[in-house]
Design a protein around this ligand. Structure first.
Ligand code: ADP
Ligand code: MG
Length: 557
């Protein structure tokens, strides 16, 4: 490869360190890098997908099945590979789920593109064909999708469960699915056009280790995981005016370097009096504006605590910024950053109750719009992975509630799309036709990998699935537990249509981005080993160019 690289740079004066790779070499290089990334997440796809244990350079461990998490933690420094990771991130942002699918399909698209390139088909024809196929696929998804009644709680629960299957959330998925559906419905409002709008800003996830996943709970309102600052304070307040404060209730420091020199005891007393006075005034102001509860993001002086307790005010210090922000939504309060300027208008209204067992406060607003999903699990690792799974499921339910279109999972939609795309390909002329067919084949990677990961024969599975779809069974998918082909929609394996639309779009866009590149000009040396090129690292066959990636993956077991 290096000889061909050098042929490509006669006219350009570049530094000795820089490298240039052109045409097929450039495409090869990029395709291999992208495929290596796709390979890395493939084994996690589906209910039977395996988890990965990621160890970062600091030795901290993440155990996950979540595509985007794996890619983010992999510390990849290959630019092409990074483009693929962006696919995952876009998918995560736009749909919240389906990241592994999007990345795996991208890898498969590129693999198929490689075969076309080898047949001397020009990249522009492939790019155009992929684009046409993706557009057609979106139209077909809409055609296949089932419109559901967005009040159908059971169906919504099935979408949550499908999303959580195979994740840390699996064990208690029925309980969690119920909480997720309830949570989303709490923060759903109908707009003027009668459409459901899900406002996830009003939904917060809190995690606590030390108790069973099954004890996870949904709370109306927010949580403050703190103790009152003073023992004599009340621990509950109903119909309370709540002040959210981002300003210390402490003596204001004079200038940083000012030294106060005290020459006689009188002066010292005056100085202390002045401090006391300042604190007294701050607390008086809190009383004057009518606050019953103060959640303060900063510190509260001992003396101020004492005054507040005497006034019967419940106060908490060093509350989390994110908690205050959430409470400002729940209570309709402003976060005050300068106590002196606080007025009664800034206060929110609600109730504060104490959970003695967990030593936290529940804060409920008047219209009870904000909710908190309290996720529990035995250990941090368990809770972290649970949170990732629940996050995906929340997005899935939110999308289903607002969009209303769902599909049969377990590979059913992919096989149906492939089938329809092959029909569509017949109407496409020129080389693009081959690219549309290659796209159809790439979608079938999903059922193939679902089967593979379940220890089933992927070819047999695909043959059975195709046969069922040929007969018109639009919902025929794989039951990964029995290996049978069944109506996965009936079986409750249900996915939102929007996520799948996003996946076909981002996969084709990413593949096309890679295919468009015919020239890599690198300031550094592409063939220098950066990492210690682990033998097991995908892309090892790429030579040293993937060194950075090999190094990054070194910590992955
Ligand atoms: P992604 O990151 O793409 O969401 P997942 O690991 O969550 O990857 O796997 C999603 C795939 O698993 C989808 O194709 C979905 O239809 C499939 N799936 C989920 N639950 C089941 C099930 N019970 N049976 C068969 N397939 C399932
Ligand atoms: Mg998923």
């Amino acid at each position: 490869m290096s000889q061909r690289m050098q042929q490509g740079q006669p006219m350009i004066v570049m530094s000795e360190d820089s490298q240039r790779v052109k045409d097929r070499d450039a495409q090869d290089y990029n395709i291999q890098a992208a495929r290596a990334v796709a390979e890395a997440v493939r084994s996690t796809l589906g209910p039977k997908g395996m988890d990965k244990m990621l160890v970062d350079s600091m030795g901290s461990v993440t155990i996950t099945n979540d595509g985007v998490t794996i890619l983010k933690e992999m510390d990849i420094d290959n630019p092409t590979a990074e483009m693929i990771i962006e696919v995952a991130e876009t998918q995560e942002d736009e749909a919240g789920d389906g990241t592994t699918t999007a990345v795996a399909v991208t890898g498969e698209l590129l693999k198929n593109a490689e075969e076309l390139l080898e047949q001397d088909i020009h990249p522009t024809a492939i790019i155009k064909g992929f684009h046409m196929a993706a557009e057609q696929a979106r139209a077909e998804i809409d055609d296949v999708a089932t419109e559901i009644d967005t009040d159908d709680e059971e169906l919504l629960k099935r979408t949550a469960e499908t999303s959580m299957t195979g994740k840390g959330a699996e064990v208690n998925k029925e309980h969690l699915a119920q909480l997720i559906v309830d949570a989303v419905r709490q923060v759903t409002v109908e707009n003027d056009d009668g459409e459901n709008v899900v406002d996830l800003e009003f939904l917060k996830i809190e995690t606590q280790s030390g108790r069973a996943v099954g004890e996870s709970d949904l709370l109306v309102g927010g949580i403050i995981d703190k103790d009152p600052v003073h023992d004599d304070m009340p621990t509950e307040a109903t119909d309370a005016n709540v002040l959210l404060l981002n300003d210390p209730i402490e003596v204001e420091e004079t200038d940083v370097d000012t030294e106060v020199s005290v020459t006689d005891p009188d002066q010292l007393q005056k100085f202390l009096d002045r401090e006391e006075q300042q604190l007294r005034e701050k607390v008086d102001h809190i009383v004057d504006i009518g606050a019953d509860v103060v959640f303060c993001q900063k510190g509260i002086d001992d003396l101020a605590q004492h005054y507040l307790a005497k006034e019967g005010i419940l106060a908490v210090r060093r509350a989390k910024k994110s908690d205050l922000e959430f409470l400002s939504e729940v209570l309709g309060a402003s976060i005050v950053s300068d106590l002196e300027s606080a007025t009664a208008e800034d206060l929110g209204f609600g109730s504060v109750t104490r959970d003695d067992e967990d030593e936290l406060f529940y804060v409920e607003g008047e219209d009870a719009h904000g909710v908190t999903l309290l996720l529990r699990g035995s250990t941090e690792h368990v809770v972290d992975e649970l949170e990732r799974g629940v996050n995906d499921a929340l997005d899935v339910v939110a999308q289903t509630v607002s969009d209303g279109r769902v599909l049969a999972g377990g590979g059913a939609i992919e096989v149906e799309l492939a089938d329809r795309l092959r029909d569509y390909a017949d109407s496409v002329s020129g080389r693009e036709q081959l690219a549309v067919e290659a796209y159809a084949d790439a979608l079938e990677l999903v059922p193939r990998v679902l089967a593979e990961n379940a220890g089933l024969d992927s070819i047999d599975t695909l043959v059975d699935l195709r046969a069922a779809h040929d007969k018109g069974d639009v919902h025929a998918g794989l039951n990964v537990y029995t290996g049978d082909v069944e109506d996965t929609f009936e079986a409750g394996v249900i996915e939102p249509a929007h996520a799948k639309e996003q996946a076909v779009t981002s996969a084709s866009e990413a593949a096309n981005l890679v295919l468009k590149i015919d020239d890599i000009i690198s300031a550094g040396d592409l063939s220098t080993d950066k990492g210690d090129d682990e033998e097991g690292a995908p892309g090892g066959g790429m030579g040293g160019g993937m060194g950075g990636m090999g190094g990054g993956m070194g910590g992955m077991m």
